[in-house]
Write a protein that binds this ligand. Structure first.
Ligand SMILES: [Zn+2]
Length: 369
């Protein structure tokens, strides 16, 4: 995720001494960590122990039989993280809870594969023999299709452990290759493979456009009237190029409008909600809920799709807690303590235009006698 702190990158590798999965990251990884976790977060203690990205990447790709192991100061010999976690879905989910402890769950998780092929499976089914069915070939085939060797299999096995209600937020993008996959070190296939079309499903495009880029914040305390709570807030965009995103939303969702999951219309998606100068996006919306604990969802609806914006489903009480509306003595995360929040775009305050008056030419001046 891109934030003002930059993009957080974590690289999975494994220690050759005990095979334990390890994480090298460009963030410090402070926060609540389970000491019994199945992986170890490697924290550099000195500048010398802080590896460059290419060193960390070299550790991560050091697959047995193909690339040599890599030694990092302070951490010893490291090898391919895939030996223990070829698909880092479980580690990614765990790390996100350490980085963003207030977020109860991830908004979107996208797992990108490096290609998959059913070529070997077809070959295996086609030929059976006494030798092929004996113990060693069976073990080799089982290892080759295990999560440590097959990232696709690793993804599906990790997905089995994710609660059902979180699965719709997880996407897998992989490329089907008709032939056998090349060896990891076969650079001669790179040019040919780079020409393959990598199709991104429309469903994923819509999810990224809406769930990854738009979110909601309350603009004040909900007001109780006639037994319901009236809420006023803003739909905001996490990117400065909101206008381009809004245009894309309008293409992907013909007739795009913001609405609640219950069908309450909150206003059309229009370019004019974005500042023409700095791109700041704000759509003011109002809705009501029967109780502060009632779960609600805001999304973008088109003629045939509904896609929730980031953070939902959520109750108004949870929104108030997320925004730390009641932190009278300062916010836990040290963000600017401002409630109700100010909603300004990034343009500098307007100054009076300095107009230069030119003296009219002499002949137009009234002459006084
Ligand atoms: Zn502006």
């Amino acid at each position: 995720m891109k934030t003002s702190a930059g993009c957080r990158v974590a690289i999975i590798t494994s220690r050759i001494s005990d095979g334990k999965a390890c994480v090298l990251a460009n963030y410090r990884g402070k926060g609540h960590r389970d000491l019994k976790a199945a992986y170890q977060f490697l924290t550099p203690r000195t500048e010398n122990e802080n590896p460059f990205l290419h060193d960390a990447a070299q550790c991560s790709i050091a697959a047995p039989f193909i690339f040599r192991t890599k030694s990092l100061p302070g951490f010893g010999l490291l090898q391919d993280g895939g030996v223990r976690a070829n698909n880092p879905l479980a580690i990614g989910l765990k790390e996100s809870t350490v980085i963003w402890p207030l977020a109860k769950t991830h908004d979107l998780l996208l797992s990108v594969g490096t290609g998959r092929s059913s070529f070997m499976a077809k070959q295996d089914k086609a030929s059976r023999s006494f030798w092929r069915d004996s113990a060693i070939p069976r073990m080799i085939r089982a290892t080759m299709s295990s999560p440590s060797m097959d990232g696709e299999q690793g993804f599906h096995e990790a997905l089995n452990l994710v609660p059902d209600d979180k699965k719709p937020n997880i996407f897998r993008l992989n490329h089907e290759v008709s032939e056998a996959l090349p060896r990891l070190d076969d650079v001669s296939r790179l040019a040919e493979m780079s020409k393959m079309r990598f199709a991104v499903p429309d469903e994923l495009v819509r999810a990224i456009l809406v769930t990854a880029f738009f979110f909601f914040e309350l603009d004040g305390q909900p007001i109780k009237k006639h037994g319901v709570y009236f809420c006023q807030g803003s739909i905001l965009c996490s990117r400065s190029y909101a206008k381009d995103l809004v245009k894309k939303v309008m293409v992907e969702f013909p007739g795009a409008r913001f609405q609640t999951a219950r069908g309450h219309h909150l206003g059309d998606v229009v370019e004019d909600d974005s500042c023409h100068l700095c791109g700041y996006y704000r759509k003011e919306v109002n809705f009501s809920v029967n109780g502060l604990d009632e779960m609600t969802t805001i999304g973008i609806a088109g003629s045939s799709f509904f896609q929730r914006i980031g953070g939902f489903p959520k109750s108004v009480q949870e929104l108030l807690e997320d925004q730390q509306a009641n932190s009278h003595f300062g916010r836990e995360d040290h963000l600017v303590d401002c409630w109700p929040p100010k909603r300004n775009c990034y343009c500098p305050p307007r100054t009076k235009r300095q107009v230069e008056f030119q003296e009219p030419a002499l002949e137009h001046k009234k002459r006084r006698l």
